[in-house]
Write a protein that binds this ligand. Structure first.
Ligand SMILES: C[S@@+](CC[C@H](N)C(=O)[O-])C[C@H]1O[C@@H](n2cnc3c(N)ncnc32)[C@H](O)[C@@H]1O
Length: 255
């Protein structure tokens, strides 16, 4: 089964790290925070969070051995990484901040998920989450359309990728219902000026398409990729440079 590919993911490292720092700016610093970074990836940005907040402890959790294999390079006092699935993970001690950038959209049912995460936080506990909201962009729409073609759908036994990201206002009411007294929820558009429309393929290969890659296997995924590239070009043309406008939801809340 294909794992995440850190090299592919990091091809757009600067663009991908921008929302991480925007989200970090929403956090209220306080001395001695115990932080969790869910879906920490390579850990490079987790190390930045740990040092910028002057945290007491930070634990990065990720399910991908390939991404976590890069984390050791960012070791620092109080900073640790562990392999784990957010779906079943439970922290051992007190948590003051649960942070998650570009990871929770891989999990279903955000109403239940956020209720479980919120229960880990004590008084003044903070939650900071960024999830993509770009499922209606051609980059994603076409990816799902091609995956639904019979040769791919049958190989994936009819698998249809579910989109779990809620509307910004739904997160707002959800956070209120979970007892957070302060909150900031925003939809932000990140404009990534890529060399060409074809570079969008490279972008989604590092994220969304990993889901189809692991289900299709190498040979069929190569064929999927070819068809995706052609179908996307038919929609986007050959614009150079290509302005890839990417919507994301960022939210922060405090107990
Ligand atoms: C798009 S990357 C984001 C990495 C990092 N947070 C960043 O901002 O660069 C998504 C990460 O979430 C991880 N992930 C996805 N589903 C997960 C799960 N159920 N449990 C733990 N990690 C998960 C992936 O392995 C991947 O490293």
């Amino acid at each position: 089964m294909a794992d995440w590919n850190p090299a592919q993911y990091e091809r757009f490292k600067d663009e991908r790290s921008r929302p991480y720092f925007d989200l970090l700016d929403m956090v209220q610093p306080r001395p001695g925070l115990n932080c969790l970074d869910l879906g920490c990836g390579t850990g490079e940005l987790t190390a930045q969070l740990h040092s910028r907040l002057g945290a007491k402890t930070t634990l990065g959790i990720d399910s991908s051995p390939a991404m976590l294999s890069k984390a050791a390079a960012h070791a620092a006092p109080g900073l640790a990484f562990a392999q784990g699935d957010i779906a079943t993970f439970a922290p051992q001690g007190a948590v003051d901040l649960v942070f998650s950038n570009a990871a929770l959209h891989w999990l279903p049912d955000h109403t239940k998920l956020l209720a479980r995460i919120a229960a880990w936080l004590g008084p003044q506990g903070q939650l900071a989450v960024q999830v993509p909201a770009n499922n209606d962009h051609a980059s994603h729409r076409v990816a799902h359309e091609v995956a639904a073609r019979p040769e791919f759908a049958s190989a994936m036994q009819g698998y249809v990728r579910q989109w779990s990201v809620l509307a910004p206002e739904a997160y707002s009411t959800l956070l209120h219902g979970l007892g957070f007294t302060r909150q900031l929820v925003r939809l932000q558009v990140y404009l990534h000026v890529l060399d060409s429309a074809n570079a969008v393929v490279e972008w989604v290969k590092g994220t969304l398409l990993t889901d189809y890659e692991k289900r299709l296997g190498p040979a069929l995924f190569a064929s999927y990729l070819k068809q995706y590239q052609a179908a996307l070009r038919a929609v986007l043309g050959d614009q150079r440079p290509y302005p890839y406008a990417f919507k994301r939801v960022l939210f922060w809340a405090m107990r």
